[in-house]
Ligand binder design. Structure first.
Ligand code: MG
Length: 344
């Protein structure tokens, strides 16, 4: 072929055009994937272990990564290396917040199957705070409405199949959670999506949610920060959990924590300068502090019990309540910060 024709053919080739923006095929300098020790798989008698890059939420020892819904210690119990819902004690939530993630957990509904329909072995796994539930239920030879059966995205999508094991046996969920995206004005840019496996069997394939999950209601999405706590439901049945871990996906950024309401409320109030002029006001909106500073409201996210940061601008707040004077240091960029005292 004429060399000029070869060159022009290459230039016109869509493949060539794409290739300019793709990594070179077989590029020996391309970074290798991070090495992850995948951990041990569970057996019926023994819980496995988490991959080396996971945040371990429960490894059989304690509930330090969990709290009651107000942030105080939960009444759920740990016995024989598993955590168990104590009926009437309420939901539990993770202390850390997560956005896009891979969640693994194992659950067992009570071995003695009591009750029927929604009353048998009911619990639930929540993403986005308590907005989006994947049902946990004893659906082994227990009929209920399809979008409330085990593995359902509650009141939205039944699982693709019923892959349940008999009551009392350990079962697994592996769930990929993609939170909904909102623009700065709270408009929905992309709905939440879920892919899930129960006992290794696909039950949701990149399923788009059409809003929050709720009993009797079809709720639309309402704007919320991307990272939220995960929660497990107390629905009046002593459902057990083991080997719970989560891997953050995407660009996780700084770790964020859901602090107890009482601690957040203790920070709320007016803060002022040496002449007692009010410079900033701190309030609470759901699980976040809101800092009114220079006439602008900043939603603040907790990186620790005393350190908070905004996401729209590099504004940070550090509370120090350890001395006789309660203070907050507010810094913008690297300005060194302004220390203010709590007035009321
Ligand atoms: Mg439930």
């Amino acid at each position: 072929m004429n060399p000029a024709l070869i060159i022009s053919t290459c230039l016109l080739s869509p493949l060539f055009a794409q290739g300019a923006s793709l990594p070179l095929g077989h590029d020996r300098l391309r970074p290798l994937p991070p090495v992850v020790n995948p951990g041990e798989a569970s057996t019926p008698d023994r819980a496995g272990t988490a991959p080396s890059d996971a945040v371990v939420l429960f490894d059989g020892t304690d509930l330090s990564r969990w709290s009651a819904m107000n942030g105080e210690p939960t009444q759920w119990v740990v016995r024989d290396g598993v955590m168990e819902c104590v009926p009437g004690s309420g939901y539990i939530r993770t202390r850390q917040n997560f956005g896009e993630c891979q969640l693994h957990l194992e659950f067992a509904t009570p071995a003695k199957a009591e009750g029927s329909s929604q009353g048998r072995g009911n619990s639930g796994v929540f993403f986005g705070g308590t907005r989006y539930e994947i049902q946990v239920l004893d659906s082994y030879e227990n009929v209920t409405y399809a979008d409330g059966s085990c593995g359902a995205i509650y009141n939205q999508y039944p699982p693709l199949v019923n892959a349940c094991r008999p009551p009392g046996e350990w079962q697994s969920y592996d769930i990929l959670w993609t939170p909904p995206r909102f623009d700065g004005d709270g408009r929905l840019l992309a709905p939440a999506r879920i892919t899930a496996f129960q006992n290794g069997v696909l039950i949701h394939h990149n399923t788009e949610l059409f809003g929050e999950t709720a009993w009797l209601e079809r709720k639309p999405f309402t704007p919320h920060p991307e990272k939220q706590f995960l929660a497990l439901q107390d629905h009046g049945n002593p459902v057990r959990y083991r080997n719970v871990w989560v891997r953050e996906l995407g660009t996780p950024g700084k770790p964020e924590f859901q602090l107890p309401d009482a601690l957040l409320d203790s920070y709320c109030g007016d803060y002022g300068d040496a002449d007692n002029r009010v410079v900033t006001k701190v309030s609470r909106r759901d699980g976040n502090l809101v800092l009114r500073y220079r006439g602008v409201d900043f939603v603040m996210f907790a990186e620790s019990p005393t350190h908070f940061f905004a996401k729209t601008v590099d504004v940070q707040a550090d509370f120090d309540f350890s001395g006789p004077e309660k203070t907050v240091r507010i810094s913008v960029g690297e300005d060194g910060g302004t220390k203010l005292k709590k007035l009321r």
